[in-house]
Design a protein around this ligand. Structure first.
Ligand SMILES: N[C@@H](CCC(=O)N[C@@H](CS)C(=O)NCC(=O)O)C(=O)O
Length: 219
């Protein structure tokens, strides 16, 4: 039986897993869940993903939740093409990149997007602006590092690229929301303001099968 994937449209975490599956050319059965308690908090789904979050996978008797843990599982399931590195030096670079994403980039993007999507902006403008400034600093660092190499950790695509990429269109979407000009700044045109990041995004978007992973409700 094919590996089953539980995902939700627009979840950057779920998008990572869909991209990993395409890159590794692993066949899967797709289970798109809606962001309702009925889908995510059912007893059946909570047995797979204890917090009722996407993504999760089921492979026979094995279930895995947490996007990065799932990517590690896929790496063992089908090592080629290698996403977590071939040797200690490469692997440490990839994990360093992943930890930087998790520790410095993702929390600020979540703060920013959460404020824009779910809060009354007039109350939380300062939070959004502070998060935006931190994101801009991180994008500048990223942009500089991508001037000399094709992908985040080296000249080869790695798990770090797959983990970061979905967060960028998610961020752009938040920044493009109407009436957010004042708090969005450079984030309204990431491709133009951070050219190397824009070129890197295009590289990811040219991965065969990429279009299958694009959030359907964004099309
Ligand atoms: N750390 C988790 C985050 C998963 C997550 O937060 N998923 C969100 C969608 S973006 C979710 O399912 N939220 C629904 C909920 O919390 O009820 C991962 O990397 O997989």
């Amino acid at each position: 039986m094919a590996l089953e994937v539980y995902w939700g449209s627009g979840s950057p975490y779920a998008w990572r897993v869909l991209l990993g599956l395409e890159v590794k050319k692993i066949e899967y059965e797709s289970n798109r869940l809606s962001f309702t308690d009925e889908d995510l908090k059912s007893d059946e789904y909570l047995a797979i993903s204890p917090r009722g979050k996407v993504p999760a996978i089921r492979d026979g008797s094995v279930t895995v939740h947490e996007s990065i843990a799932i990517l590690c599982y896929l790496e063992d399931l089908k090592p080629e093409p290698i996403l977590f590195g071939n040797d200690p030096a490469e692997r440490s670079k990839i994990w360093c990149s992943i930890m930087e994403i998790m520790n410095y980039i993702e929390p600020n993007i979540l703060d920013y997007a959460r404020t824009i999507f779910y809060e009354e902006l007039s109350d939380k403008k300062q939070i959004a602006i502070r998060a935006r400034q931190a994101i801009e600093n991180e994008l500048t660092i990223l942009n500089t590092s991508l001037k000399n190499k094709k992908y985040l950790a080296s000249n080869n695509l790695s798990a770090a690229d797959i983990i970061l990429y979905p967060v960028i269109p998610f961020l752009s979407r938040a920044a493009m929301k109407e009436n957010t000009e004042e708090v969005s700044g450079d984030l309204r045109a990431i491709d133009d303001n951070y050219l190397s990041i824009g070129a890197w995004c295009k590289r990811i978007e040219s991965i065969p099968g990429f279009e299958k992973t694009y959030p359907p409700h964004w099309k």
